[in-house]
Design a protein around this ligand. Structure first.
Ligand SMILES: [Zn+2]
Length: 79
């Protein structure tokens, strides 16, 4: 049996908790970043009204549903 002092046990439990929180935080940031990259890959941002939308067809140009202007497919500017 492993003998630990109460102080050591508290430190071990705290380190495990901090490791769990850091791991979950990192995983959440990674997942959100992947979602944002995917969303920016399929979305078009209107150059007139700044509306984001997903075009119905795969044509290089599409019409904005908000203002009706024609937009060309391209990557959105990264934040
Ligand atoms: Zn528009």
């Amino acid at each position: 049996m492993i003998r630990l002092h109460l102080g050591s046990l508290i430190v071990v439990v705290m380190l495990l908790g901090v490791s769990l929180v850091v791991t979950l935080w990192t995983w959440t940031l990674w997942r959100e970043r992947r979602r944002e990259i995917r969303r920016r890959r399929i979305a078009i941002q209107c150059r007139i009204c700044n509306c984001n939308y997903q075009p119905a067809t795969a044509s290089p140009t599409s019409q904005c549903p908000a203002c009706g202007s024609r937009n060309q497919r391209g990557a959105l500017n990264p934040i």
